[in-house]
Design a protein around this ligand. Structure first.
Ligand SMILES: O=C(O)CCC(=O)C(=O)O
Length: 294
């Protein structure tokens, strides 16, 4: 075991936990720079100021599946210690990657609205976890997360359409999720916050003059099956049918991996481009075809 029983018990009780020391200082610095560069590259054609973006985009810039077109980020997304920690917190033998994503809350960026993650995913079973890596740490001022402790085990599940923030009454949608008070967790640089897919969470606005840079990986128990409803590129790209185990090169095993072997990415998503929700495109979920860049 990599983690102490205390961390595991805290995660199982609260639905989130903050763990120090999974990356070396050298790794931390290197990946911070690589992820920042990748986000700059993905967003280089978007010159809009924050005020012209949608309310959703004002919560964060979202760049998904960086592991596919930025090979230098792959060792972070499939980092053996982070992925092993995720498996231990869930109490499972193996985890797969659903997708990775950078979530950059720009200076002046608004609150991330309260939500659970799991309703966005087309999975039947719920052993899911996000590793949330804030490269400069997070504070109440720059967009730290707030979690409702124990909300992952209340049995409540609710889809909150944060993509339509500003257009829909998200407070009404989220009402059932507010089963307790949010606990805001400042995460020191060097620590990683993990939360369960059913944990209700939000993030504070960024009132500083610096972007809050975060990379995340969403991991799920190997063996979880596709739900009967909904679409998501993580299953549609590989033609996974409802009820079938979610297992393909789009969602590869993240832990355990043979030492030194990282998954190879699937073919790019261009064939699905005609028919995808706009937020996937806006968020860079569909990398441009062409040579991989680092
Ligand atoms: O980084 C944020 O502002 C929100 C993150 C989040 O909701 C998540 O990782 O599930």
């Amino acid at each position: 075991m990599l983690l102490s029983d205390t961390f595991v018990a805290r995660f199982r009780r609260n639905g989130y936990v903050i763990i120090p020391g999974l990356l070396t200082d050298t790794e931390w610095t290197r990946y911070a720079s690589l992820v920042r560069d990748a986000v700059l590259r993905r967003t280089r054609r978007d010159t809009r100021p924050l005020s012209e973006k949608s309310a959703y985009e004002q919560s964060f810039i979202q760049c998904m599946n960086l592991w596919e077109d930025f090979p230098a980020i792959r060792p972070l997304t499939f980092h053996p210690k982070i992925c092993q920690a995720a498996a231990e917190l869930l109490g499972v033998q193996a985890v797969r990657l659903w997708h990775d994503q950078a979530l950059f809350k720009e200076a002046g960026g608004r609150r991330t609205d309260p939500h659970q993650d799991f309703p966005y995913w087309t999975m039947q079973e719920t052993e899911t976890i996000t590793a949330w890596i804030p490269f400069d740490g997070t504070t109440r001022d720059n967009g730290c997360m707030g979690y409702i402790p124990g909300s992952h085990i209340t049995g409540v599940r609710r889809f909150v359409n944060i993509f339509q923030a500003g257009k829909e009454d998200l407070n009404a949608q989220a009402r059932d999720l507010l089963t307790g008070d949010f606990v805001y967790e400042e995460v020191p640089r060097g620590s990683i916050a993990f939360h369960h897919g059913l944990t209700t969470h939000e993030a504070e606005p960024n009132t500083t003059d610096r972007t809050r840079a975060v990379h995340t990986m969403i991991l799920f128990r190997d063996g979880i099956t596709r739900s009967t409803k909904g679409r998501h590129f993580a299953v549609d790209r590989a033609g996974i049918q409802p009820g079938a185990p979610i297992a393909s090169d789009v969602t590869p095993i993240a832990w355990p991996l043979p030492a030194g072997r990282l998954p190879e990415p699937p073919p790019p998503m261009t064939d699905l481009l005609a028919d995808v929700p706009h937020q996937w495109l806006a968020s860079g979920a569909f990398p441009e075809p062409g040579p991989a860049s680092t």
